[in-house]
Design a protein around this ligand. Structure first.
Ligand code: ADP
Ligand code: ZN
Length: 297
């Protein structure tokens, strides 16, 4: 049985796992993200305990995904300064001597859902995480879309709601991007309490749905995804989903006509893999890296 290494590299924790071909997670550890000098040896020691064929990394970013670039496989301009310009792919290749697949954390989650989850029956889908930040992973023809760099859909610009009481900007780059309005910390800054403690405040979730709905309309109009998956901590608020469906219908205003628009509850759906979509997507990156190596040889 082939074993695959999977690493979901986050700013606060590094989830390392071993998976089989069918997407079963056989082993898993979660290590705090400290400096590379401290955390890399711990992760390498974990993966060395198993006879893995390849490794897949879904990484916080920005990262360099361009195979033609000198800094391919690097974490580039991250605010996590200890990891800035760190060649994470090369370091794992050196230590483990196996093919290494690499993508953004949110593309990995999109790929996890597209391989084993609720978008496995479609070719073009998007996965949006709304948590500490907002990220958008785009799957086109079954593969994560990269383009010039990788999509940064969390920073698309939105109209501010005229009654939004938010006083301070949360995104350091933009005064009116999706992340600035809708990420978990923005909710807390706006309403003075962590998002998880605001479940019974309807106005909180109506405003949140206004921003998420607006962003989804843009993604739908531009990318025409066949299904949209919403994950991340903020989406644990289950009252949010129906409000989002209502907003999307209202804001599209009948312009897009197809079956999906008649059944928005099957079109815009919650993540389906119990928060394992990210790590499972990393396992799929590992499988794809092994296959690509076979093609080269
Ligand atoms: P990360 O984005 O850091 O990978 P999460 O997706 O879990 O991790 O997002 C964490 C953020 O999500 C927290 O900052 C908080 O604002 C928000 N959050 C977490 N749990 C809930 C909840 N039950 N309800 C609403 N918001 C939540
Ligand atoms: Zn921004």
């Amino acid at each position: 049985m082939n074993l695959y290494g999977a690493l979901e590299a986050g700013g606060t924790k590094m989830v390392c796992a071993i998976a089989d071909e069918s997407g079963n997670i056989l082993e898993r550890v979660s290590l705090p993200t400290r400096t590379p000098a401290e955390t890399m040896p711990e992760m390498i020691a974990f993966f060395q305990k198993f006879d893995i064929c390849s490794l897949g990394i879904g990484c916080f970013g920005p990262v360099d995904l361009n195979p033609g670039s000198k800094t391919y496989g690097y974490i580039t301009s991250t605010p996590k300064l200890a990891w800035e310009n760190y060649p994470i792919v090369q370091e794992f290749q050196k230590a483990l001597n196996v093919p290494v697949g690499f993508d953004t954390d949110v593309n990995a989650a999109a790929l996890g859902e597209a391989t084993w989850g609720c978008t496995k029956d479609v070719k073009c889908s998007i996965y949006i995480t709304i948590g500490t930040g907002v990220g958008v992973g785009v799957i086109v023809d079954g593969k994560p879309h990269h383009g010039m760099l990788h999509p940064e859909g969390g920073h698309i610009l939105l109209n501010r709601h005229p009654n939004d009481p938010m006083e301070h900007n949360f995104c350091p780059y933009h005064t009116n991007c999706m992340e600035n309005f809708a990420a978990g910390p923005a909710i807390q800054a706006r309403w003075g309490k962590p998002a998880a403690e605001l479940a019974d405040r309807r106005e909180v979730w109506e405003l949140e749905a206004y921003y998420i709905g607006q962003a989804l309309c843009n993604y739908i109009l531009l990318l025409s995804p066949e299904r949209i998956v919403l994950g991340g901590g903020v989406m644990h608020q289950q009252q949010l989903m129906p409000l989002i469906h209502k907003e999307v219908a209202a804001q599209l205003n009948g312009y897009i006509r197809c079956d999906q628009m008649e059944h928005l509850e099957d079109y815009i759906v919650p993540a389906s893999l119990q928060d394992n979509q990210g790590i499972l997507g990393c396992a799929k990156l590992a499988m794809d890296a092994l296959k690509a190596e076979g093609v080269k040889a």
